[in-house]
Design a protein. Sequence first.
Length: 262
Amino acid sequence: MRQYIISLLTLLSIPATATDIPQDSILRPTSIQQDSIHAAGDSISTDHTGIPVAADYSRKCASTDINVSDTTYFSSYDRRVYRYRKLWDFLIPTQLIVQYAGNMGAVSVGLGWDYGCHRQYETNLLFGYLPKCRSQEAKMTMTLKQNFVPWKLKMTANSYAEPLSFGIYFNTVFGQEFWGKQPKRYPDKYYPMLSTKVRINVFAGQRLSYTVPHNRRKFVKSLTAFYEISTCDIYVRTMVQDGSVKLWDILGLSLGMKVQIL
């Protein structure tokens, strides 16, 4: 009996090893480390028995701040989330536009996106209003517009000019009397390569912008006033077919205002 008691006490006095610890206890700190986006070189601290202990998560994940654009320290899941959010961020509008005339309605309003190394490209989606005038009812229009601004000239600390902007836009009018394919009531090829549903427009213009100082910004980053001279495909066709129509007869003037919000 005495030998049995001595053997039992000897077994109880032996410190536990890592193999006696449940596997989940060892893996749990590692998974926390990965989900918390720690640096790859971080190690798990242990006590005097060699058992892993929970890290102090109140301190920073790394000695230096992690650059968000550098996904080296991210897990595969974090990199996928980062790419997913960056893709959808591209769809956030950065501009508000109001435009008068321009073969897209008496007044058009819409959203815009600017992009490129120098923000020289812009895409606008506008919805316009056509008053009743000579038709039986008022109509709505939709315009998809692509702008290109090759350069900017700084005027003052908070203002600059864009001496040239040009582009193309496609406009459509909502209504049953407009068609994309020639109706059967007309002779074959009576209106070749012509659609009354969609108008193709080209334009060129100039802009003047004012940038709101950082300490005064709330919802607006900059304001831009612009004008554009434009024409559409059906006007060009008329001038080509009818010699009495001059260039000035097919050009139109439009005015607008752009609000940069991002």
